[in-house]
Design a protein around this ligand. Structure first.
Ligand code: NAD
Length: 295
């Protein structure tokens, strides 16, 4: 497995594909954005290969795309990966999409005799850069075993959840539901702290060694709020997407999640107010009533 195609070279895909290059894979990249393709090219990757050629040349094709629509188009479109793929190739989607889409891609891929894994990731852009991502993988164990060298080149904690194609996605949606809670909790807590005459740096120092500590508090405060810098990262609109998928999952399973519903509405309102493209930690600004003007 030496030749890899990578579609979607954004905040996550670019550093992940760079790590594949560092691990001596030959990587062919593709993105709708020319700027993203240029950054990948500057890192040593090859661009300009059409999908038809990519499926012919590559052993594995990975995707890191921003929405279910994009993933559906790239995999199931007329000129999509599944249609063009031949048996022997392994397709891996690392995006967070609906469990239902995982099933549709798996069904179409199986029909063509092509292996497919749904392998969402956690750990953020920092994890993608530092090769410390967690992979939550659903699909055939035999395909997972084949893909291990590729996962190991991009991440640190690689889990095969089980053979159900949506098992990694369901795990990831629960993870991101918690991220939604933590981010809202940090936002409200820091808003209150600021109005209670507390210094936020000093607060972090103390709470970071108390039960109020969390990885999201550390991430959101140290990398974004403390510097008043909100370039993503993980954009608020992507978190909103995942919260919507988590609520759909709850509905499908007849599970009531009353607080999660409020949480979704909060993020949806922030997105409508113009915060969607910023890092999710910007919810602090929305909650504390600060403007949407960013430097
Ligand atoms: P992003 O928007 O930064 O990158 C997505 C890239 O895909 C963009 O460069 C875009 O131009 C490209 N793209 C869109 N449609 C395309 C198409 N049809 N063909 C080729 N390229 C296309 O998003 P991201 O933050 O890198 O996230 C990617 C996925 O990873 C999402 O599903 C997200 O939920 C998930 N994720 C993100 C993070 C994070 O911290 N950013 C963490 C874990 C998981």
């Amino acid at each position: 497995m030496k030749k890899i195609g990578f579609i979607g070279l954004g905040n996550m895909g670019l550093p992940m594909s760079r790590n594949l290059l560092l691990a001596n894979f030959t990587v062919y990249g593709m993105d709708l954005s020319k700027e993203a393709e240029m950054s990948f090219h500057q890192a040593g990757g090859t661009i300009g290969l059409p999908v038809e050629k990519m499926v012919e040349l590559c052993d594995v094709i990975l995707t890191s795309l921003p929405s279910s629509n994009a993933v559906e188009k790239v995999f199931l479109g007329e000129k999509g990966l599944v249609n063009l793929a031949e048996p022997g190739i392994l397709l891996i989607d690392t995006s967070t999409v609906t469990p239902e889409l995982n099933h549709r891609i798996e069904k179409a891929a199986r029909h063509k005799g092509v292996d497919f894994l749904a392998a969402p990731v956690s750990g953020g852009v920092i994890g993608a850069k530092n090769r410390t991502l967690t992979f939550m993988v659903g699909g055939a164990k035999s395909a997972f075993d084949k893909a291990m060298p590729v996962f190991n080149a991009m991440g640190e904690n690689i889990f095969h959840v089980n053979e159900n194609i949506d098992s990694g996605t369901n795990t990831k949606l629960i993870n991101n539901l918690l991220i939604g809670f933590y981010t809202a909790g940090v936002s409200e807590a820091l808003h209150l702290a600021k109005h209670s005459n507390l210094d936020l740096d000093r607060l972090f120092e103390m709470l970071n060694v108390s039960y109020g500590q969390s990885r999201i508090y550390e991430r959101n405060y140290k990398s974004f709020i403390a510097d008043d810098h909100f370039e993503p990262g993980f954009s608020l609109k992507l978190l909103l997407k995942d919260l919507g998928f988590a609520l759909d999952l709850a509905k499908k399973n007849n599970v009531e999640l009353p607080v999660s519903k409020i949480l979704f509405d909060l993020y949806e309102e922030a997105e409508k107010s113009g915060y969607g493209e910023k890092d999710m930690s910007v919810l602090y600004k929305k909650i504390s009533g600060q403007t949407t003007t960013f430097s």
